[in-house]
Design a protein around this ligand. Structure first.
Ligand SMILES: [Zn+2]
Length: 168
């Protein structure tokens, strides 16, 4: 992973020290594939990430969104799918272990730390994509896989389209 150029890594030192909320946007290529097996933002694909960084004393609450284009295949007809995706995540990053110890034990394990004045949203978006993207993506609307006998059906459709083209 090349964290220096990752669009998921935000510098938060200034927000921590100033105590002022900031909204930042990063654009770049994702260092990891984001999504389940059949559809995902591929590794190296451009993503746009906007993060609202809210200072909470010794922690930062981040509300972030990701916009990108997915790449996948319909599980029924294997057509290429490339819909746009918008994911939103929210998380609190603690500046040090003391902040975490103040919370109950179960949450403490999950609270990520601010490291070297930066926060890394990669895992948040990986988790969110796993929850939101379909494991069995299919075409929107009409799918060739819905047609049991493609040969005859294709001919019928071709005639119909040929007829429509006259009106375009
Ligand atoms: Zn399909």
């Amino acid at each position: 992973m090349k964290n220096q150029t990752s669009p998921f890594v935000f510098e938060v030192g200034t927000v921590l020290r100033s105590g002022l909320m900031e909204v930042r946007q990063l654009e770049g290529d994702t260092p990891v594939r984001i999504g389940p097996e059949m559809i995902a933002v591929p590794e190296g694909a451009p993503v746009s990430v906007e993060a609202r960084l809210n200072p909470l004393g010794d922690a930062i609450m981040v509300d972030a969104s990701l916009d990108a284009q997915l790449s996948g295949q319909c599980v029924r007809c294997l057509a290429e799918l490339s819909p746009k995706v918008h994911l939103e995540v929210q998380e609190v990053f603690a500046a040090d272990e003391d902040f975490i110890q103040g919370e109950d034990a179960e949450e403490a394990e999950e609270t990520p730390l601010i490291e070297h004045d930066t926060i890394d949203l990669t895992q948040l978006f990986l988790d969110e994509a796993g929850l939101n993207l379909p494991f069995s993506p299919v075409c929107e609307g009409e799918c060739e896989g819905d047609v049991p006998e493609p040969d005859t059906e294709d001919e019928v459709r071709d005639v119909r389209w040929a007829g429509l083209e006259k009106f375009l």
